[in-house]
Design a protein around this ligand. Structure first.
Ligand SMILES: *[C@@H]1O[C@H](CO)[C@@H](O)[C@H](O)[C@H]1NC(C)=O
Length: 305
């Protein structure tokens, strides 16, 4: 790994177009359901919206770190480590986008290399800047190359508050979740569908995409603290601390601190934290109490451990 060489990489911009149906398939992939989320699933809904995290699709397409000089890329060793997204305007219901990649740094984390890349996305036709995101891609076993351990441009996670959560939402994923998510996001990494490839990467079975779990967490926070209104979404940061197996149930614990909602997401069946030290910044907060109480869900979680 050669961070200086990687940082000098200036690839061609990547172009991505989507229609309403593409955004709907993505919404299905991150667990939208007719009961609460029709506005993300029906293009003729009076308030049809595109989930802000859909920007990971153009982001991923543009994140051509596979071809980047200075990075010795090995697909079977790649895991998604962290993700930051900041949006400047709600995503149009359909658009032509242009996305620019810059490698921020390649950090030496000992057990692996953390490749930080910034993806900035513009509306291709109007030139308007829509969002920026920072991918943290972890390549297991590629550390100890003498690189820096941290970098000032890294978007950081913030620890969650120590008190009990203000709200908790749980939702089961389907055993076919990763297959659907691949189609919606365009992330075709075989790790999420091919049992042989998953074994080669050191997993018993294919695992869910970290960004799919992030989509669930995002929806849970938007539903509880933003009246399911994407125009209130400003930014999100998450760290993927443990894999999710499709079919497991996700439990998102949330804390409000002004316009910042801290959250973490656990797997109900194991109690393991899968998204840690996450936070979402909103323009303003509209709290909607979940139908099931915090104590019901946390007691269930405790008894399933
Ligand atoms: C990456 O994005 C961060 C956050 O917006 C910014 O501080 C940094 O300057 C960017 N770095 C590059 C190389 O684009």
């Amino acid at each position: 790994m050669d961070a200086a060489q990687a940082k000098a990489y200036k690839p061609e911009d990547a172009f991505f177009s989507y229609k309403q149906r593409d955004a709907i398939i993505y919404a299905l992939g991150v667990g939208c359901a007719v009961k609460d989320d029709l506005k993300f699933l029906y293009e003729s809904h009076e308030d049809f919206q595109v989930l802000p995290t859909y920007v990971v699709a153009p982001g991923l397409l543009a994140n051509s770190i596979t071809d980047c000089p200075g990075i010795e890329f090995e697909l079977a060793k790649i895991l998604h480590g962290e993700q930051y997204i900041e949006v400047y305007a709600p995503l149009p219901t359909e658009a032509d986008l242009r996305t620019e990649l810059r490698v921020v740094d390649v950090l030496d984390k000992g057990s692996g290399a953390l490749i930080l890349s910034n993806l900035t996305t513009f509306d291709k036709n109007s030139g308007k800047k829509l969002c920026m995101q920072q991918f943290g891609t972890f390549q297991v076993g590629s550390g100890k190359f003498g690189g820096a351990k941290t970098c000032p441009e890294e978007k950081k996670c913030v620890p969650i508050p120590e008190r009990a959560p203000d709200a908790v939402l749980e939702q089961a994923t389907s055993v076919d979740q990763a297959v659907l998510y691949r189609m919606g996001s365009g992330d075709l990494n075989p790790l999420h569908v091919d049992p042989m490839f998953a074994k080669m990467s050191g997993f018993k079975t294919p695992i869910l995409h970290g960004l799919c779990t992030m989509g669930f967490s995002t929806r849970h926070v938007l539903k509880t603290f933003a009246n399911n209104d994407v125009s209130k979404f400003k930014a999100i940061k998450v760290r993927f601390s443990s894999p999710v197996i499709p079919g497991q149930t996700l439990v998102t614990e949330m804390w409000q601190e002004g316009n910042r909602i801290h959250f973490q997401t656990k797997v109900k069946e194991t109690g393991k934290i899968v998204v840690s030290n996450g936070h979402m910044d909103l323009t303003d907060v509209v709290f909607r109490k979940p139908e099931v109480s915090v104590s019901d869900i946390t007691n269930n979680l405790a008894s399933s451990l």
